[in-house]
Design a protein around this ligand. Structure first.
Ligand SMILES: *[C@@H]1O[C@H](CO)[C@@H](O)[C@H](O)[C@H]1NC(C)=O
Ligand SMILES: *[C@@H]1O[C@H](CO)[C@@H](O)[C@H](O)[C@H]1NC(C)=O
Ligand SMILES: *[C@@H]1O[C@H](CO)[C@@H](O)[C@H](O)[C@H]1NC(C)=O
Ligand SMILES: *[C@@H]1O[C@H](CO)[C@@H](O)[C@H](O)[C@H]1NC(C)=O
Length: 251
């Protein structure tokens, strides 16, 4: 039960929705913007369109928008406030300028090789060293059995063809809508160490995507990460091996 989807990672640009703010004579952009859009005096409501599908479905934005009530690792409090507007046009600033602060492990993210290996961390293997050629391109979407974590046996049963380099694993986490619950659940589905090892040994997969906060099942948290990230993707050289993308599906 697998289908090909185009995967394009879109850097999430956060911006506040324009709300058809009342025109302020203190700032020329309010007026000019309204005129340029053919909106008379800012009376008409501006409607924001957020698309998740582009080019007839060739490119899908599968990232989650950041929300204050999205889950955050090992807390029941959710992400909490992560966005502020210290410079605001309504308060006389020339432009709206937001500030944001959150753990880098929030929402849709990639794991850096240095995430679980101190020597990679010290050598500077951050996400900027990941191979963009691996991170972008067609991906296989696979539904995994709902009653198990991703073990070697499960991996074998999926019969993922040779040559497939990017796989998004859809699991019970999506059915449970875990990314829409504020509390962090540690009983989510993820890779067990033997599942990760089977994948590395028997497939051509270079990118793994999952649908909750961690690629590894909580019970095998560090061992599964070590298996994947040991073979870090550096800069496209032949030893290049792995990228993990965590948390997909906004729907
Ligand atoms: C700009 O800031 C105002 C508040 O001053 C806010 O209402 C509006 O949504 C912001 N616009 C954008 C595009 O961020
Ligand atoms: C504008 O300033 C007022 C008064 O300091 C403050 O209460 C309000 O929250 C500010 N609004 C924005 C959008 O920053
Ligand atoms: C998956 O593993 C977690 C521990 O990491 C466990 O709590 C959960 O029950 C397992 N799920 C299934 C369906 O076996
Ligand atoms: C990047 O690639 C070059 C060869 O193209 C290689 O010499 C270098 O070691 C690589 N850097 C890393 C960090 O792997």
């Amino acid at each position: 039960m697998a289908k090909i989807v185009g995967l394009m990672l879109l850097v999430q640009i956060l911006f506040l929705a324009a709300t058809g703010a009342a025109a302020s004579s203190a700032h020329p952009a309010y007026e000019e913007e309204a005129a340029a859009c053919g909106v008379g005096g800012g009376e008409e409501e501006l409607v924001v369109i957020r698309r998740e599908e582009y080019d007839g479905g060739r490119i899908l934005d599968i990232t989650h928008a950041y929300r204050e009530d999205m889950p955050s690792w090992e807390t029941d409090e959710g992400l909490g406030q992560f966005l502020w507007l210290p410079k605001s046009m309504k308060n006389g600033s020339l432009a709206n300028n937001s500030e944001m602060k959150m753990p880098t492990h929030s929402g849709t993210h990639v794991d850096a090789p240095g995430h679980v290996f101190q020597h990679y961390f010290e050598a500077g293997f951050d996400v900027d060293t990941l191979d963009l050629e691996v991170l972008n391109g067609p991906a296989l979407l696979v539904d995994v059995p709902r009653d198990k974590n991703i073990t070697a046996e499960v991996m074998e049963s999926l019969h993922i063809p040779k040559g497939v380099r990017r796989v998004l694993f859809r699991t019970l986490n999506t059915d449970r809508k875990l990314m829409w619950k504020k509390e962090c659940h540690t009983d989510y589905i993820g890779f067990m160490e033997d599942g990760a090892q089977w994948l590395v040994d028997n497939t051509d997969i270079k990118l793994v995507g999952v649908d909750y906060l961690s690629v590894a099942a909580y019970a095998d948290l560090i061992p599964s990460h070590l298996v994947f990230l040991k073979s870090r993707i550096s800069n496209g050289t032949s030893d290049a091996r792995f990228c993990i993308i965590v948390v997909l599906w906004s729907g």
